[in-house]
Design a binder for this molecule. Structure first.
Ligand code: GLP
Length: 241
């Protein structure tokens, strides 16, 4: 596991954008795994700027997002569909047919999960996966538990995550209690992973992520079994290392 410590959020975002841009330059038809949350917003901003300055071309890129809330329509402003469209897709030239997110509103959720997993497989696999991290060590929406899903599945959110993510909703009761998330094996079979973390509230999770054990109660520790993981973190998130 490689650890890059940047001075602040802006430098972390720039570094992550440069890595993603390098991937797309080296392989224009890259398959990217994308994340939501506050952390990658700066990276998306940097990528939009690079696109506007003709420094990156997404025309052949495909994307797969990690997760989506259960029961939220793509028009719902708290949905990850809305987040991605609003914060990134509408500003760059990724072909709409190459954009993939799980449908949290699907009639048959389990079928949707299986279909999403198949789509990722048929894409040839994810070249570069971007991850954030929950304060409890969750990645995607794989929450601490005694058993973790291998493949894309419907998951129950923990009270901690519901409280953390309530800032994106009008009130806490509006936060869905379930989500579709790609599974741990889906994440671990991607070719290369960059994990972004910023701020002291992520310091404990980062310390655990680089510890010398793996455990399902801290899902991010499983990243230690992956050969190509780079943590790009700021000083706050690195403060317990
Ligand atoms: C959500 C997402 C995760 C993300 C996490 C951290 O729960 N499902 O993919 O990593 O939030 O979010 P933030 O970056 O806002 O701290």
């Amino acid at each position: 596991m490689r650890i890059i410590i940047e001075n602040n959020y802006q430098e972390m975002s720039k570094k992550a954008a440069l890595m993603l841009a390098s991937q797309v330059t080296l392989k224009p038809e890259s398959v990217l795994g994308l994340a939501t949350g506050s952390t990658p917003l700066g990276m998306y901003q940097e990528l939009i700027e690079m696109y506007k300055h003709d420094e990156i071309d997404f025309s052949e890129v495909s994307t797969f997002n990690l997760d989506e809330y259960y029961g939220l329509s793509p028009q719902n402003k708290a949905s990850y569909h809305y987040y991605m469209h609003h914060n990134f897709f509408k500003e760059v030239n990724i072909a709409p047919e190459n954009i993939h997110l799980p449908d949290g509103n699907a009639k048959d959720i389990l079928k949707e999960c299986q279909a999403y997993e198949k789509l990722i497989d048929h894409s040839g696999g994810i070249d570069l996966q971007v991850l954030g991290i929950g304060a409890n060590g969750h990645i995607g929406f794989n929450e601490p538990a005694s058993k973790l899903n291998v493949k894309t599945n419907l998951v129950e959110l923990t009270e901690e995550t519901i409280a953390d993510n309530s800032r994106f909703f009008a009130k806490k009761e509006d936060v869905p209690r379930k989500a579709i998330s790609v599974g741990m094996a889906t994440i671990l079979k991607t070719n290369r992973i960059i994990l972004l973390a910023s701020g002291k509230n992520k310091a404990r999770a980062i310390k655990e992520t680089v510890s010398d054990y793996v455990c399902t109660e801290i899902p991010s520790t499983l990243l230690q079994t992956h050969p190509q993981v780079t943590l790009i973190i700021d000083k706050g998130a690195a403060s317990l290392l």
